[in-house]
Write a protein that binds this ligand. Sequence first.
Ligand SMILES: Nc1ncnc2c1ncn2[C@@H]1O[C@H](COP(=O)(O)OP(=O)(O)OP(=O)(O)O)[C@@H](O)[C@H]1O
Ligand SMILES: [Mg+2]
Length: 258
Amino acid sequence: MGILEVRNLTKTFGGLVAVGDVSFAVKRGSISGLIGPNGAGKTTVFNLITGVYKVTSGEIVFDGRPIHNLEPHVIANMGITRTFQNIRLFKRLSVYNNILTACHRNARYSIADAVLRLRGFKAEERRMREDADALMEVMGLTRWRNSVAHSLPYGVQRRLEIARALAVKPKLLLLDEPAAGMNPDETQQLMSLICRIREEFNCTVLVIEHRMDLIMGICENIIVLNFGRKLTEGSPGEIQTDPRVIEAYLGEGAKIGA
Ligand SMILES: Nc1ncnc2c1ncn2[C@@H]1O[C@H](COP(=O)(O)OP(=O)(O)OP(=O)(O)O)[C@@H](O)[C@H]1O
Ligand SMILES: [Mg+2]
């Protein structure tokens, strides 16, 4: 059984079927891809998994537990975090403080500990500062430590956003177009980074991307959506040569290739 099981998932907005009867499983420890032309329903699937949208029908099971009726913060606490298609950061905070605020969401001390500055609070604060430093190191952000987020190059902002998602030690990391706006060099770096994240954080990754070099380069399994429906699913080799996938993409002039 996969760490994530999506069964007959449907989401409608008025008359529009954004996601229609979609089923797939994500294998624990894998890097999987969710692709499809613009408007295919990819981000909507992420919004359903994270509880931002309520499902119209169907089930989402994470780690053996149904999550499709839970609130977003409960789902996040269970171990699912994400990044957004449009970067979301505290623009005026430094890289370090952006990461530290994310680490605080994982804090284990009580209000009384904090107010009285008890030993548990101090130890936890120290642990969070160490976590923030370690995250900056892994994500190649140390040299930008004191830079304000909005002043950073785009690719670095993307890495910072991923670092913030990792701060809560997720079991499942959802990345929505992490390579958007990146040049080929940055995309290559991002690919090795995603592989490293899977190893070092021992998590499962589900990534939405239009950049086929990234998808074909790092994903073991790829789910293809088209007009809200699942078109097919398979290995990079299978997806690249599938005439239905090529046809779906030809409509928007994109090329499927590694
Ligand atoms: N909150 C909403 N209200 C109404 N329609 C919505 C809403 N969210 C998404 N949709 C519609 O659902 C469909 C799927 O959108 P979604 O954002 O999931 O596509 P996508 O595959 O992520 O596309 P892209 O590659 O452009 O990001 C689109 O037709 C979109 O307009
Ligand atoms: Mg989208």
